[in-house]
Design a protein around this ligand. Structure first.
Ligand code: PMP
Length: 369
């Protein structure tokens, strides 16, 4: 029989995570520490905006690059935040959609993409599918931005460096000093930086610094999924300095023949979301972070996460996979570190759940050491 499946699809290995889900399916009311989305709901006022847009008949395609008012409002923010005078903006179907079209627009076969390890899974698979080469740079055990190692990893084939702060899966927030140092290295070698800032608002101890403050060749991806708990609305944007307008134009062209546009009524609601004050969830999530960290720190090796809603914890016994199997048998769902890393020494906890579940989960995990 003729082979149906393309080689590029076979490059994606989802067996690790599938195994977790298969084990999880057998559990009744587990402590679910595996979820990558906030536990609160979309604010009522924003739901109303989406309903209003649907009822007003705004259900057709928008412009490929996005609703013009939404783009304008985002451009104003970017101008104000980074002092960029005419930023290029593209509304995307989630940061996932933005990542796919960005990588399609940028990565040639053979290009090297530098990725700090641990990393958000999509980066690796996208680079591999496009025939690029992932150059992983180890950020264990403190998960700080490994600026020196990134500098050493740069070759004449380096096309792009990926930055993700606050980071999924480590919860690390890179310091201003580290980010400035990376900007200097990238500028010296004229390398594009893709900065995935989907967790920009989930920052607990200090302000999150964007590399866009110091570097113009930074392609910025930000989203609505996490900040407003609207992961199902599929809404995000890509923004770039005028000098990268061509990248946004190429991404827009690819969007035209793939996603077409981001969901129109939700783009209308996003205009209101930009002005919606979401401060109180940050306090709640800081408390959850503290609850988890304080509960685990004397029994496990872990770095206090500064942002997002994840902790990346060293597995007692050394194998992430084995410890995860043990935790799942005890009704706690966590994800093995090798889903996010070339190593299998850690596990990821998402604390985007109720305080009671966090406390209960912590108790169980402590009993497994
Ligand atoms: N980047 C990172 C680092 C993420 O954790 C996620 C979601 N888990 C995404 C991008 C994609 O988010 P979305 O497509 O919902 O905007």
């Amino acid at each position: 029989m003729k082979e149906t499946i393309a080689e590029r699809a076979k490059l994606i290995d989802a067996s690790g995570i599938r195994k977790v889900f298969a084990l999880a399916a057998e559990l009744k009311d587990p402590v679910n520490f595996s979820i990558g989305q906030p536990d609160f709901d979309v604010p009522e006022a924003l739901k109303e905006e989406a309903i209003k847009a649907i009822k007003a008949g705004q259900n057709k395609y928008s412009q490929t690059a996005g609703d013009s008012l939404l783009k304008e409002r985002i451009a104003e923010r970017i101008e104000k935040e980074f002092g960029w005078s005419r930023p290029a903006i593209l509304i995307t179907s989630g940061v996932s959609g933005g990542l796919l079209i960005a990588f399609l627009a940028i990565v040639n076969p053979g290009d090297e993409v530098i990725i700090p390890d641990p990393y958000f899974v999509m980066y690796k698979h996208l680079v591999n599918m496009l025939g690029g080469k992932c150059v992983f740079v180890d950020s264990y055990l403190d998960f700080k931005l490994p600026v020196e190692k990134i500098s050493e990893a740069i070759t004449n084939k380096t096309k792009m460096i990926i930055l993700n702060s606050p980071c999924n899966p480590t919860g690390a927030v890179y310091s201003e000093q580290q980010i400035k140092a990376l900007a200097e290295i990238a500028a010296e070698k004229d390398i594009l930086i893709l900065t995935d800032e989907i967790y920009e608002r989930f920052c607990y101890d200090s302000k999150c610094t964007s590399i866009a403050n110091y570097y113009e060749r930074a392609l910025l991806l930000r989203g609505f999924s996490k900040s407003y708990a609207m992961t199902g609305w599929r809404l995000a944007y890509a923004a770039a300095h005028e000098c990268l307008t061509n990248v946004i134009e190429q991404m827009t062209k690819i969007q035209q023949y793939t996603f077409v546009c981001a969901p129109t009524p939700f783009q209308k609601a996003a205009i209101a979301a930009l002005n919606y004050e979401t401060g109180d969830f940050v306090d709640a999530y800081r408390r959850k972070r503290d609850l988890l960290y304080e509960g685990l720190k004397d029994k496990f090796e872990l770095v206090k996460p500064g942002g997002a809603f994840y902790a990346f914890v060293k597995a007692p016994g050394g194998s992430g996979t084995e410890f995860v199997e043990k935790a799942i048998k005890n009704n706690v769902l966590i994800i093995p570190g090798n889903v996010f890393s070339e190593k299998d020494t850690h596990f990821r906890i998402s604390y985007a759940t109720s305080d009671e579940k966090i406390q209960h989960g912590v108790e169980i995990l402590r009993s497994l050491t």
